[in-house]
Write a protein that binds this ligand. Structure first.
Ligand SMILES: O=C(O)c1ccccc1NCC(=O)[C@H](O)[C@H](O)COP(=O)(O)O
Length: 224
């Protein structure tokens, strides 16, 4: 059964980039509602950008240790958003709003993920729609760095496609094929690797990234 790896492009700040990401084939568009990020957009701005999305392209609102009130502002601006928690939020924090969410795991650099217990992490966040695997970077995310992809037993029953793993962290058009071959994630997520500068996306790099994902899917067989 052919599998299509879903694609999230994150950190959009401009109308033209949102339109180009959709044209390129993104399945989800991430808006960073973390004020300390150079890719920050306000809830109102995220609403303006998200209203450009056609049906079947999911807006994702990304939070880092946000207050419940700020999360409510984001959801009011983008009512159909999927939430992504990328800070130190507990399972209870993530579930508090009663909305579907993705939980980011921030995996330390170095061999074997420096002992990060992904199986336990995934079992702690069973309510998550997906676990996004990012590198642990200064500033919580968007760092353009990869974690050790050989650090985890990807064929483990808890870590196969049914667990909805999202490979993230330092992906580019040049390395995403290798990442898909090894990890066989449900989806991939990219920000720095398709930019000319933080928050400014490159349409050609987005097209190249989507093409590389498609090429990887064509070459990778998966259990149905
Ligand atoms: O993108 C940011 O600026 C950011 C800041 C703080 C927390 C999370 C952030 N981004 C979250 C994402 O989902 C990124 O796509 C992910 O970290 C991968 O980024 P990159 O390594 O640059 O592709």
């Amino acid at each position: 059964m052919p599998h299509r790896t879903r694609i999230k492009i994150c950190g959009l700040t401009r109308e033209g980039d949102v339109d180009a990401a959709v044209r390129a084939g993104a399945d989800a568009i991430g808006f960073v509602l973390y004020p300390q990020s150079p890719r920050f957009v306000s809830p109102e701005r995220a609403g303006e950008l998200a209203r450009r999305l056609p049906p079947f392209v999911t807006p994702v609102l990304l939070f880092v240790n946000a207050s419940p009130e700020f999360i409510v502002q984001g959801v009011a601006a983008v009512p159909n958003a999927l939430l992504q928690f990328h800070g130190d939020e507990t399972p209870a924090d993530c579930a508090a709003g009663g909305r579907p969410f993705v939980r980011a795991a921030r995996i330390p650099p170095g061999p074997a993920g420096a002992g990060f217990d992904l199986l336990k992490y995934a079992s702690d966040f069973t309510a998550a729609q997906a676990i996004l695997l990012d590198a642990h970077v200064e500033g919580y995310g968007g760092g353009g760095q990869s974690f050790d992809w050989n650090a985890f037993p990807w064929s483990h029953p808890q870590l196969n496609a049914s667990s909805r793993l999202v490979l993230s962290g330092g992906l580019t058009p040049a390395n995403v094929t290798d990442g898909i071959r090894l990890v066989r994630p449900w989806a991939v997520d990219v920000s720095s690797g398709v930019e000319v500068s933080k928050g400014i996306k490159d349409p050609d790099k987005m097209l190249a990234f989507v093409a590389a994902v498609s090429a990887a899917d064509a070459q990778t067989s998966r259990p149905s």
